[in-house]
Write a protein that binds this ligand. Structure first.
Ligand SMILES: [Zn+2]
Length: 349
């Protein structure tokens, strides 16, 4: 843990704290001047997203305003990539137990940078699904959570992943299994971004992370596709999560409109629960060893080819012309040859 001395005497960021959240917190300390200067600097330079990729010139001005080196700023607030990042006004996801921990530690509740990404759905500290609040303000999210739970005594106890893993071996609900798989997916993805390489099991793909992201977006577009009620069957995810509605995204278009109009092009349109299941299944279709292991421990089929079969039912359960598989084959022309070769099993009928 860094000491204040190593942080130029300024407020120490909490792990993973978003830069904007740290600035807001700092502006309410006894030494608000550097934080206010930095906030004004962002405004003057026309920076709309303080948690985006800042240009070297902006970073330089910020470091002057805060009295910190730009290298220290960069290392203290690393971004977990650009992939599937919510627009600033849609950053409404919070782990309320993390916020409560801030409060109990005498800090202003603060947003973590990872909460701004659609692929991040499970808190790695508390093992719970992120909650969607009404505003982008972390203190407001905590307040509504506490009011909803009436008293602090009634707040849920944190669940650790070790305890979930142990339970999976005996008895665990399908949502809990999916949650664990989603957590393994996000851990794998974060490690890939940090290393800059993509490793699945024993295989290191000779493809860049952005190349794999492009491919994963196409798979997610099919996993989260919209449905026409009552023509299409109920979605697999709705069945897995025992959701009464047909699916979480509906379209009034007739199936004759083809498959393109039904694809999920914005993962953020789905609720946190559905997104969690989408990334859990993505991890399974990528054959990430931990996702496969948890799926099987949870009672999923384990025969050869079951993943291909499940994928087949995922893309062919709603009939369109061209089919979702034909669309994917056409899209695969834009994938890197290594990605196309490694994931060929998702292109076979
Ligand atoms: Zn948490």
């Amino acid at each position: 843990m860094r000491s204040n001395a190593h942080f130029g005497g300024l407020l120490k960021p909490v792990p993973q704290e978003a830069f904007s959240a740290w600035l807001a917190r700092g502006a309410r300390t006894k030494n608000p001047a550097p934080f206010i200067r930095a906030t004004r600097c962002l405004k003057r330079l026309g920076v709309e997203d303080a948690d985006g990729n800042l240009t070297p010139a902006v970073a330089e001005d910020l470091s002057m305003a805060l009295g910190l080196s730009s290298e220290c700023l960069r290392r203290s607030f690393p971004l977990p990539g650009d992939w599937l990042k919510a627009a600033p006004e849609k950053r409404l996801q919070f782990c309320e137990l993390c916020l409560l921990n801030d409060f109990r530690s005498g800090r202003q509740p603060s947003s973590r940078i990872t909460w701004f990404y659609w692929w991040f759905n499970v808190c790695p500290v508390h093992g719970c699904l992120l909650h969607t609040g009404d505003s982008t303000s972390a203190p407001a999210a905590l307040l509504s959570f506490v009011q909803f739970n009436l008293t602090l005594e009634r707040l849920p106890a944190p669940v650790t992943f070790r305890s979930i893993e142990r339970r999976v071996k005996f008895r665990c609900s399908t949502p809990q299994i999916l949650q664990l798989m989603a957590w393994y997916f996000q851990r794998w993805y974060q490690a890939s971004v940090q290393r800059g390489t993509v490793i699945i099991g024993d295989v290191e793909l000779a493809a860049s992370v952005p190349e794999v992201e492009l491919f994963m977006e196409d798979i997610l577009a099919i996993i989260g596709k919209k449905r026409n009620y009552p023509i299409d069957p109920r979605s697999y995810i709705a069945r897995l999560l025992d959701i009464k509605s047909w699916c979480s995204l509906r379209s009034n278009l007739r199936p004759e409109a083809g498959c393109e109009a039904f694809l999920c092009k914005d993962v953020g349109e789905h609720s946190a629960e559905i997104r969690m299941a989408m990334f859990a299944l993505l991890g399974l279709f990528l054959k990430l060893p931990n996702c496969v292991r948890v799926w099987q421990l949870g009672g999923g089929p384990a025969y050869d080819g079951y993943i291909e079969r499940l994928w087949g039912s995922m893309h062919s359960d709603a009939v369109r012309v061209p089919s979702y598989l034909d669309w994917l084959k056409q899209r695969s022309g834009g994938w890197s040859p290594v990605v196309r070769a490694h994931f060929h099993y998702l292109l076979e009928s």
